[in-house]
Ligand binder design. Sequence first.
Ligand code: PEP
Ligand code: MN
Length: 267
Amino acid sequence: LASRAFKEQDTVVKVGDLAIGGQHIHVMAGPCAVESREQLLEAAALVKAAGATLLRGGAFKPRTSPYSFQGLEEKGLQYLAEAREKTGLKIVTEVMDAGTLPMVAEYADILQIGTRNMQNFFLLREVARVDKPVLLKRGASATVEEWLMAAEYIMAGGNYNVILCERGIRTFENFTRNTLDLSAVPVVKHLSHLPVIVDPSHAIGKWRFVPPMAVAAVAAGADGLLIEVHPNPSEALCDGPQSLTPENFQTLMKDVRRVAEAMGRSL
Ligand code: PEP
Ligand code: MN
């Protein structure tokens, strides 16, 4: 179902009035985690002003350490819904397990499956039964084929609205947090009709290198970007080192717009 051989034409995923996989490049931006009402509303206003169409922010956080901030859970989802009401931005947020799926689905416009859950086949089957688009992040050690098979689980369960997200893979290189596999963009576009977006923030892990790779992702044919932005990255509870300041995000958007237009697309 996910393959280009099965369906030749590009899939466009509708999120309300937004079309992901069409002519317009969509930027999903916001903090790693929803930390407070003030932090989220401020982030929402600034990413909207810079031209993002979707707001990201985790209410359930898959943290490496059990002692790290784990997210505001339902309170965080409520702040996301409030930010949507105030700005019109659509909401993308991670769902970590089947138990909290009904709650997350009540608030989210797009359900995010994180890299750690890409092969949680039980969870994939569950999101397949929900009438919401799914953003499927590539597993940090997943091949393109394994990633597409994960998408296949969601589609085989009846949900065809899958957006793929390249977010870096594990290699021997450790200067960057992961290695952004940009070649996956044209490869996946060749193998599949599904829209592909790129998350340079989690791939690289250092804010300084995020803007050039965001531009490169659009040049490579990505249908969108996922970018971490924080009103004050030095105070972030999660992923501060890779989060852009409001000013740096504005500059990124200007540069991305130029490349998008050169590619015959809009931002
Ligand atoms: C995220 O986007 O918040 C996240 C945790 O990303 P990943 O699953 O790619 O690590
Ligand atoms: Mn993060």
